[in-house]
Write a protein that binds this ligand. Structure first.
Ligand code: NDP
Ligand code: 2IT
Length: 449
């Protein structure tokens, strides 16, 4: 499967031990494909069991989360925290509340987060957590009781020098607020650095809410400029999802001159040939927490179509998948190609299946993996921790400028590594190799731990 025997052997072991974890295997395989280009140069890795250690999370917690719903019925969910790798800093990464959450998804996200955090230039290791709890249709009181129960177990595993969770799918400012409140109550300490994505009144950073979406567009603009001497100006853009990442990606690329004509949720997508009205969209999603179909009910000239995958049939120049893993398969990617799309930049984590990546790359589209292009969120979480440590808060523009600089340097690191590997412009290879080399160096320096 791989040309290198060491990669083959380690991958075969992962495949055997983690046979029931398809998303984790998918993430490992993609990275190993890229490492093929550097592993021969590092015979010391095999001797130190580096890859064997890298594919094993340092620690996995799985726990019961009991809570009582508004009818007085006891419910039980499963909670997780995967402390994947702490070679370059304390574990850092989001919490996901979604019914699909399982160990495979937690591990793939922790694995990706480790490489992503390495690319940010900040000292953060990788972790991820969450629960199969479904926030949809739950009252505020139910969400609060669930978050309190979740934190009642999680608190003993986290801390600013140990592990700092944040948001991800289904976990936004409201949930982080409830989680922080319960943490503070249990430990009797205002330890701001224990969670990021906090509200602005209790230690949150300006621009963290916007950071993943904005960062995605800063990265993409850099790639468009450097590789194609082009920009968002005049481009038609499709953004899947309509959550935190999608909303602010849509806002930033519109500001940079793109026209976003389609967005989605897990049930369907909207098409608005005039460009999505973001004030309306933010009102529907942030204030009313309603389905995206409401947009088509309220905006003349727009349409709603059932089936979120069909969004990839909408003609566009640039595609930003910002919903969830494996949301675009080979057939979807082929539709983008057939419609003349020039670039796919990932906002979500692993939104393209391996088949979709093959098609996008084989047809010469620009492509960036989420671990590079969506790293602005966690990078700004790192900036939130810095502000908490120095007990100061920076202005929106200061944080945004730092974020912009970080995204530029991530792009440069990916591009430089792609050149180094003899694949100039292959940002997937560049991200995997650049992200891994820093973690590898730190792991080698710290001995067999
Ligand atoms: P949100 O919960 O705010 O939004 C998620 C969006 O994706 C919703 O529109 C949701 O639709 C849709 N969605 C979720 N699951 C699926 C699915 N299985 N199929 C189709 N659509 C789905 O999450 P975020 O915007 O925070 O996260 C989106 C992606 O970005 C995730 O992959 C996340 O890991 C990644 N990411 C997030 C960062 C952050 O800072 N928040 C940072 C970096 C990456 P519906 O409402 O119908 O469920
Ligand atoms: O996938 C991700 O990078 C996130 N969900 C953000 C993690 C963080 O710690 O801000």
């Amino acid at each position: 499967m791989f040309e290198n025997e060491y990669l083959n052997r380690v991958y075969a072991d992962v495949e055997r031990r983690d046979a029931n974890e398809p998303e984790f295997l998918q993430a490992v395989r993609e990275v190993f494909d890229s490492l093929e280009l550097v592993v021969d140069r590092h015979p010391e890795w095999e001797k130190a069991g580096l890859l064997e250690r890298f594919v094993e999370p340092e620690r996995v917690m799985e726990f019961r989360v009991p809570w009582v719903d508004d009818q007085g019925v006891t419910r039980v969910n499963r909670g997780y925290r995967v402390q994947y790798n702490s070679a370059i800093g304390p574990y850092k990464g989001g919490l996901r509340f979604h019914p699909s959450v399982n160990l495979s998804i937690m591990k793939f996200l922790g694995f990706e987060q480790t490489l992503k955090n390495s690319l940010t230039t900040l000292p953060m290791g990788g972790g991820k957590g969450g629960s199969d709890f479904d926030p949809k249709g739950k009252s505020d009181a139910e969400i609060m009781r669930f978050c309190q129960s979740f934190m009642t177990e999680l608190y003993r595993h986290i801390g600013q020098f140990t592990d700092t969770p944040a948001g991800d799918i289904g976990v936004g400012a409201r949930e982080i607020g409830y989680l922080f409140g319960q943490y503070k109550r249990i430990v009797n300490r205002f330890d701001g650095g224990v969670l990021t994505g906090k509200g602005l009144s209790f230690g949150g950073s300006l621009a963290r809410t916007q950071a993943t979406g904005y960062g995605l567009c800063y990265f993409s603009a850099e790639a468009l400029k450097h590789l194609k001497n082009d920009s968002y100006a005049g481009k038609t853009v499709v953004v899947s999802g309509s959550g935190n990442v999608a909303q602010y990606a849509a806002e930033k690329c519109s500001r940079l001159g793109g026209k976003v004509v389609a967005m989605s949720d897990s049930q369907g997508y909207i098409y608005d040939p005039n460009g999505i009205d973001l004030v309306k969209l933010f009102d529907i999603k942030q204030k009313r927490r309603a389905r995206i179909s409401v947009y088509a009910d309220e905006v003349p000239g727009s349409e709603y179509h059932a089936g979120c995958r069909n969004i990839w049939g909408v003609k566009c120049d640039i595609a930003h998948p910002c919903a969830s893993q494996n949301e675009m398969d080979a057939g979807d990617a082929q539709k983008l190609v057939d419609n003349g799309c020039m670039a796919v930049f990932e906002g979500a984590n692993m939104p393209l299946t391996p088949g979709a990546i093959d098609i996008v790359k084989a047809n010469g589209l620009l492509y960036s993996p989420g671990k590079a292009s969506n790293a602005g969120g966690v990078a700004t979480s790192g900036l939130e921790m810095s502000q908490n440590s120095i007990r100061m808060s920076w202005s929106f523009d200061e944080v945004d400028e730092k974020l912009h600089g970080i995204m530029r340097s991530i792009y440069k690191a990916c591009y430089d590594a792609s050149v180094e590997c003899g694949k100039p412009g292959d940002l997937m290879v560049g991200a995997n190799v650049a992200g891994f080399l820093k973690v590898a160096e730190a792991m080698m320096a710290q001995g067999v731990v």
